[in-house]
Write a protein that binds this ligand. Sequence first.
Ligand SMILES: [Zn+2]
Length: 395
Amino acid sequence: MVIYKDQLKKLLEFRERAREHLVVSLYLNVTPPRPFLSELRSLLHARRVQLHEHAHENDLPKAEIRAVEELFDRIEARVEEIERGLERTRLLVIFADPEGFWQEYRLPVALPSRLVVEPDPYVRPLTVLLDEFDRYCVVVTDARKARLFSLYLGDFEEHPDVFVEDDVPDRVSASRSVTRAAGSGVWGGLGDLRVQRHIEDHVHRHLKRVADLAFRFYQETGFDRLILGGPEDKVLPWLKDHLHSYLQQRLAGEFHARPEWNEAKLKELALEVAQRWERRCEEELIERLLEQAKPGGKGVLGLEPTLEALMLGQVHTLVVQNEFRAQGTLCRNDHYLSTYLEKCPLCDGEMEPVEDLVDEMVEEAIAQGAEVEHVFTDHEGFTEHGVGALLRFTL
Ligand SMILES: [Zn+2]
């Protein structure tokens, strides 16, 4: 199971540590039908040649070069091994060092393939992309039991340590204890109502505990959104009343289920809620973009205007339809991008053709410190443009 929060924390801690060895950072665009294995091999080969050529000027000891080359072999073997398991992935990210540090990430959004060998891991593109996706906490409860899950990038993981089973009386045992508490049967016709209240008290206590556990989980993990599952009765409305206001503000939706249902079914229902929520967030973003793209507003739509704004450093948020592709050209010297230019206007060098100009634009936006938002479903008024941007300023 992959919940990247802890992994990312380790990566950032690793980055802070002083190291004696080089770190390899691989961003591999595995969007089908790319021949990504052969792309990887040529990236590794080119870097091998460079390492040897520049060994002297960089003062690299032979043993260090050998260690990095061994890492290259392990990375190649690893990608061969998982090649067939990457259908839902568009970007594979690996960080590794000769002392045994190794991390992998799989993302549903792409960047250009890139291999970086430096004293530090090349972390920023990964953190920007991961930030785009909400981390959900999913609480499934009934009147007695509760289970808690994390949902992130399609991975659904249970946290069994926060499983709750409270001793809520059923009608018969409650009736007995209420009768005992009341002395003898003096309450006559009121008995039923009292029994019901007694049970409800227990249910409220249980739900209060569930709400507290969810809040503690929030303080520990800092999830973005909360999804609730429960039976079609009073349980969910009551649970919502008990939730901390922070969590009430983070509610993304709810579904009907029972805690004893199997994990696959619960995952399916939680995913539906998450997708509805994400779709709504996308709609709000697109609405804002279309509004700003009107004359006098701070927004642009379409490949050419967006690229122009990006090259001028105007972009605040780059918005990309995840399936949108466009060919273009690129100057390797200064990462100048164009849809058609053959000569770079900055350095007068040759521009080389690129298959995925949009991926290059995402990379450039990240390098400029802009935000990136990928849009996964069709939206009227935006899909035909494929790309757009909210701007910091207009010229
Ligand atoms: Zn140039």
